[in-house]
Design a protein around this ligand. Sequence first.
Ligand code: SF4
Ligand code: SF4
Length: 167
Amino acid sequence: MALVPGVIKGLGVTFGEIVKTVTKGADTVQYPHEKEAPPPRARGVIALHEENCTACMLCSRECPDWCIYIEGHKTLAPPRRAGGKPRSVNKLDRFDIDYALCMYCGICVEVCPFEALFWSPDYEYSEPKIADLLHDKTRLGQWMETVPEFESYEAGAEVKQKKVPRP
Ligand code: SF4
Ligand code: SF4
């Protein structure tokens, strides 16, 4: 018998939602015929600024889903000062993110010490084949065009690191 009050309560919620939809309109839209603009800082897709990436693997190690795949090799770069020795640097060969596994936690973007990863609010990259959700560094680099301009910190916010300007 304890079931009856629960059913009545549930029907009350349903009826309330029907009244709300009829009077104020639905909260949902008929995607893809209608599209809503996400907030600028929405976590849509991760963009890679390849020139800043040192293949340090930090993002890959911290990713809880193990869905970032990085390969690189050592190479020599010109010395910083005239007369100095050439520097040994990492060159990025592969940087893939598998969006079939990613849970959009944002840890990779937060931990990157070199400002190489950015959130873009773009969310339209569904694929008929799940394997195509693996984005390589070329595709991740193309998302940079959709990354919004950096907004100034709010007054009193703690600034932890300097922002490296994007080209
Ligand atoms: S957002 Fe989270 S799950 Fe997705 S690639 Fe980054 S660390 Fe991994
Ligand atoms: S994206 Fe950042 S954390 Fe990841 S390998 Fe490149 S420099 Fe390191």
